[in-house]
Structures are given as structure tokens and as C-alpha cells.
Design a protein around this ligand. Structure first.
Ligand SMILES: Nc1ncnc2c1ncn2[C@@H]1O[C@H](COP(=O)(O)OP(=O)(O)O)[C@@H](O)[C@H]1O
Ligand SMILES: [Mg+2]
Length: 267
């Protein structure tokens, strides 16, 4: 929790710098022979960069995400963890940008692979930031219209690829979905089908409802993104109360400096 204390200090200082059969299917998607049937797209580098998604090529622009990746994976590997939740106190702190960049950085490593699941059902943005077609998505898996194997996308970027379970449109039923048995079944299916992957969940903000509190017990670890100027010390402390039972692998203090677009501070 030391990292949370430090984030609180920084915020204070105001420093500007469905059903089982539908969801699971019967055969493994990733690593199994159904992998070949997963829809494949290629991501557009210009679109990614315009949305601050920079960790696909390595080099200077993605350096901070590579550092974050290494720190997060070290923690997760120690405990054999697979599910990483990304959340923040309030909206606009940089969760989706962090989730996409971290996943790309992980996917660039040899013998590693990553899946990003957009569970910010109120404001799904993974598809927008990555330039994916808005169809199907996690909601249609939850309400039983689409099997998970049809909703997952394999996104090629440079010589590597990562798996995505994007959102589609926003829903007002997020809180209910998060607490549902259907969600539990979906998470079990993901755990099983993407066993060898690091699964990154782009969650809603913590303080805008009970969505995150409902789903946190099913996550292995949490990365909390706070935004300088967007997160107050009181907000971060409020989050801390809910994070006592789930290990926090990192607190990212985002938007530390407006001078360098991609600058991130870590604690
Ligand atoms: N490090 C950063 N510096 C400047 N702007 C950022 C940074 N990270 C994210 N942003 C911008 O902030 C806005 C919110 O980011 P986003 O990832 O969508 O937040 P969230 O998912 O937490 O709501 C976006 O316009 C994004 O481009
Ligand atoms: Mg978001």
C-alpha cells in the first residue's frame, strides 16, 4: 500500500507535472485449434499513435510501458497470476490507454501473449482507440448472442499480435452484469481458454458505482491509474478502502507532465 500513499501525497501536492455453453464453447480458443477461426485484423499504426497507443513498436515512445510491463509481470509471475484489473478513481485518468499499451508491450515479449477485455461496459473505448470495427463485443457474449470465439479478435501489430475482447456500445446495465453469474461464467471461460495469456481487464472507474467492487474479488491483481489533476487525495484514499483485499501490483500516476505526451511516473 506504500504506492497508494505516495499517489495520495502527489495528488495532495497538486504537482502538475449466458450460459456456459455459449460462453465457453467446447474447445480452447487460444493455443487450441480454434485459434485459426478467430477473426484477425491488422491495426493501423497512425490510428494507434493518434490515440496515444505507442507500445507496439518498442523504442523510446513505449519505454515507460515496457518498464511497467516488466514490473507488473515480475509480480504476477511470482504468484502465477493471470488476471490483471486496470481501474482508476474516476473517469479520464488513462485506464484504457494504459491497458492497451501494457498489453502491446507484453505481447512484444517472446513467449508471452496478452488478451485485453473491455469491461468498462458504460464507456467501452478499446475498440475506438485500436480502430476496431464496432460489432459483437463482450456484451453480446454476456447476453448469449455471440460465442466467445466469434467475439475475440486477433489484432496484428508489427510482427506480433494480441487478443482482444472489445466492447461495442455503452450499456446502462453495467452494475448488474458485473455482479451476474453470467459474468462469473465468462471469466471462468477466459481463464480456461486463455490459460497461457496475461489477461488485462479495462474496468470502469472505482468511484462511479459498484461495478468494480463487484468484480474485484475475481481478479488476481489490480493496477490503479491515477491522473494528476483528475484524482484527488480523497478519491485515492476512498479507492484504497476497496483495495484492501486485492493485491495492488502498481499505482501509475498518469499525466504527470503535459510537456511529454507519453510521460508516466511510477511508484
Ligand atoms: N499520459 C497521458 N498524457 C496525456 N494525456 C493522456 C495520457 N494518458 C491518457 N491521456 C488522454 O486522456 C484521455 C482519457 O484517457 P483514457 O485512457 O480514455 O482514460 P480512462 O479509460 O481512464 O477513462 C484520453 O483522451 C487520452 O488520450
Ligand atoms: Mg476507458
Amino acid at each position: 500500500m506504500d504506492s497508494i500513499k505516495q499517489a495520495v501525497e502527489l495528488a495532495r501536492s497538486g504537482d502538475s507535472p449466458a450460459q456456459q455453453e455459449f460462453i465457453g464453447g467446447s474447445k480452447p480458443i487460444a493455443g487450441g485449434h480454434e485459434l485459426a477461426t478467430v477473426r484477425e485484423v491488422r491495426l493501423d499504426a497512425e490510428h494507434l499513435e493518434a490515440n496515444r497507443i505507442v507500445a507496439f513498436a518498442g523504442g523510446e515512445s513505449g519505454r515507460y510501458y515496457d518498464m511497467l510491463r516488466t514490473q507488473v509481470l515480475q509480480e504476477m509471475d511470482k504468484k502465477n497470476w493471470q488476471f490483471l484489473a486496470i481501474t482508476s478513481p474516476t473517469a479520464g485518468c488513462g485506464k484504457t490507454v494504459t491497458a492497451c499499451n501494457l498489453a502491446m508491450s507484453i505481447a512484444r515479449l517472446p513467449e508471452r501473449s496478452a488478451l485485453v477485455v473491455d469491461l468498462d461496459l458504460r464507456k467501452p473505448m478499446v475498440a475506438n482507440y485500436l480502430g476496431l470495427p464496432r460489432s459483437g463485443g463482450v456484451l453480446s457474449v454476456l447476453d448469449g448472442q455471440t460465442p466467445i470465439s466469434s467475439a475475440v479478435i486477433k489484432a496484428g501489430v508489427g510482427p506480433k499480435s494480441l487478443f482482444l475482447l472489445p466492447g461495442s456500445g455503452p450499456t446502462s446495465g453495467s452494475s448488474e452484469w458485473m455482479a451476474s453469474q453470467t459474468m462469473t461464467t465468462l471469466l471462468q471461460a477466459i481463464k480456461r481458454e486463455f490459460r497461457s495469456h496475461t489477461v488485462i481487464f479495462d474496468l470502469p472507474p472505482m468511484l462511479l458505482g459498484d461495478d468494480v467492487i463487484s468484480i474485484l474479488p475475481r481478479m488476481d491483481a489490480v493496477l490503479l491509474v491515477t491522473g494528476v489533476g483528475s484524482s484527488s487525495a480523497a478519491d485515492i484514499k476512498e479507492c484504497q478502502k476497496h483495495l484492501e483485499r486485492v493485491p495492488v501490483v502498481r499505482v501509475v500516476v498518469n499525466k504527470v507532465s503535459e510537456k511529454i505526451d507519453t510521460y508516466y511516473g511510477y511508484y
